[in-house]
Design a protein around this ligand. Structure first.
Ligand code: SF4
Length: 196
C-alpha cells in the first residue's frame, strides 16, 4: 500500500518534450511579450529554489538525513543538490543531532560565519529541544544559541519529515521581504542572541 505522503516517491518518467515541470511563476501582470512582477518575488523564487544547505550532523538524525539525500527521496529535487561545508557559501544551517553544551558555541560560530540571508532548521527532537537527553550536558534546543526558523519533530524524523521541513523553509525564503534583514525587529532578534 502506498505510504501517505505527498512527495513524489513513485516518480513518473519525465516527459522532457513538452511537459517539463516548472516552478510556479510569481503573481504579476502579463501580456503579449511581457511579464511584470515584484523584484522581491523574483529574488524569492530564485533563492528558494537554489538553497545550499550546511548539514551540521552530530548523531542519529544525521543518518536519517543521509537517507533523505539518497536516490529514493532525492533532496536534490528541491534545488538543494549541493551541500556545502563552508559556512560562507551556504544559506541554510541544518542542525541534526544531539548538541552538547560544549558544542553550542561551535554551532553559533558556524552560524556567524554564514552570510546573510541565512536560515536555520532544527532537525529532530534533540536539536529542537534536547530530546530525551534532559541532562546537565546537553543543550535543550539550539534556539538557545541561534534563532531557528523551522523545527522538525521526531526521533528521528522520517525523511518525509525532513523534506516537509525543507518545504517550510522554502515557503519562508520565497515570501521573505528583501527589507526584513534590515528591520528593527530582525536586529532586535539577533541582539537577543548577542549577535550584532
Ligand atoms: S532526535 Fe532521536 S534520532 Fe535524532 S539525534 Fe536525537 S536521539 Fe538521535
Amino acid at each position: 500500500m502506498p505510504r501517505p505522503v505527498r512527495f513524489n516517491i513513485f516518480a513518473k518518467k519525465a516527459d522532457t518534450k513538452d511537459n517539463i515541470s516548472l516552478v510556479d511563476m510569481p503573481d504579476g501582470y502579463t501580456g503579449e511579450g511581457f511579464f511584470a512582477t515584484k523584484l522581491s518575488d523574483v529574488v524569492g523564487l530564485a533563492r528558494k529554489n537554489s538553497i545550499w544547505p550546511l548539514p551540521f550532523a552530530t548523531s542519529c538524525c544525521g543518518i536519517e538525513f543521509m537517507a533523505t539525500m539518497a536516490s529514493h527521496y532525492d533532496f536534490a529535487r528541491f534545488g538543494a543538490e549541493r551541500l556545502g561545508f563552508s559556512p560562507r557559501q551556504c544559506d541554510l544551517l541544518m542542525v541534526m543531532g544531539t548538541i552538547a553544551k560544549k558544542m553550542g558555541p561551535i554551532v553559533k560560530q558556524v552560524y556567524l560565519q554564514m552570510a546573510e540571508p541565512r536560515w536555520v532548521m532544527a532537525v529532530g527532537a534533540c536539536a529542537s529541544s534536547g530530546g530525551i537527553f534532559d541532562s546537565y550536558s546537553v543543550l535543550q534546543g539550539i534556539d538557545q544559541v541561534v534563532p531557528v526558523d523551522v523545527y522538525v519533530p521526531g526521533c528521528p524524523p522520517r525523511p518525509e519529515g525532513i523534506l516537509d521541513g525543507f518545504l517550510r523553509i522554502q515557503d519562508l525564503v520565497g515570501q521573505e521581504s528583501l527589507r526584513r534583514r534590515n528591520s528593527e525587529q530582525y536586529k532586535t532578534l539577533l541582539q537577543s542572541y548577542g549577535i550584532q
